[in-house]
Write a protein that binds this ligand. Structure first.
Ligand code: PGA
Length: 251
């Protein structure tokens, strides 16, 4: 059966020392508790190797927030999927709305990045989600379906089953505005059905679909209680152990 996952997305926060300290503090907090979900932290590239070396990677999975759309070569400033994997990281966020909006990532680029991530044994946490206007004009189902199908639906069922999906309505990211539990369930159920139509019920039932967008200690329990919400991708609240732990403990 699919896993419940709470993943943190640090974005461009924390210098190296602060990031290592946060990861160590989280490691300590988790070691003392019985946890009922997988915990992942996705960090800036520079933190990956030292964080993997200091924490217990059985307790906390580690991921990057992006990777390049080429294997290697003359791409100044880029970091490849194989470089990410060589740090000990096991995950990579792909298609975050901030990457799509500010760095022009398209479904076509993301298809390439997903292939490279899988080739290097990284688990993509693949983000989909609509902007406010698309929510309001009712096209969000089509938007999400297109994001999934253009970037992912040429994968084999075997490869698709290695992917974690994160539904993140752009209007809820960092805004303090959260999708209601009913809104989250509606679209998560739609995503699972879209996957089932393409890959069959078994693959769909085994796919973890996370919710992201102003998820915090006070709304996590209600959101995660939905049958098709398998955890969260957490931005702001993942930057402190005291705000991240209660979300993990919502399971
Ligand atoms: P937020 O970010 O929790 O700060 O809204 C979520 C995300 O962008 O992954």
């Amino acid at each position: 059966m699919r896993k419940n996952i709470v993943a943190g997305n640090w974005k461009m926060n924390k210098n190296l020392q602060e990031g290592i300290a946060l990861a160590e503090e989280l490691n300590e907090a988790l070691a003392e508790k019985t946890i009922n979900c997988d915990v992942v932290i996705c960090t800036p590239y520079i933190h990956l190797a030292p964080v993997c070396a200091t924490i217990d990677t059985d307790l906390i999975g580690v991921g990057a927030e992006n990777c390049a759309d080429h294997e290697s070569g003359a791409f100044t400033g880029e970091i490849s999927a194989s470089m990410v994997a060589s740090t000990g990281a096991q995950y990579v966020i792909l298609g975050h709305s901030e990457r799509r909006a500010y760095y022009g990532e398209t479904n076509a680029t993301l298809k390439t990045k997903t292939g490279l991530a899988l080739k290097n044994n990284l688990t993509p946490i693949f983000c989909v989600g609509e902007v406010l206007a698309e929510r309001e004009n009712g096209t969000y189902f089509d938007i999400v379906k297109t994001q999934l199908s253009e970037a992912l639906f040429e994968l084999s069922a075997e490869d698709f089953s290695k992917i974690v999906i994160a539904y993140e309505p752009v209007w809820a990211i960092g805004t303090g505005k959260t999708a209601s539990p009913a809104q989250a369930q509606e679209i998560h159920e739609f995503i699972r059905k879209t996957i089932a139509d393409k890959y069959g019920k078994e693959v769909a039932d085994n796919t973890s679909i996370l919710y992201g967008g102003s998820c915090n200690a006070s709304n996590a329990k209600e959101l995660f209680a939905n049958p098709d919400v398998d955890g969260g991708l957490i931005g702001g609240a993942a930057l402190k152990v005291e705000t991240f732990m209660p979300i993990i403990e919502a399971f």
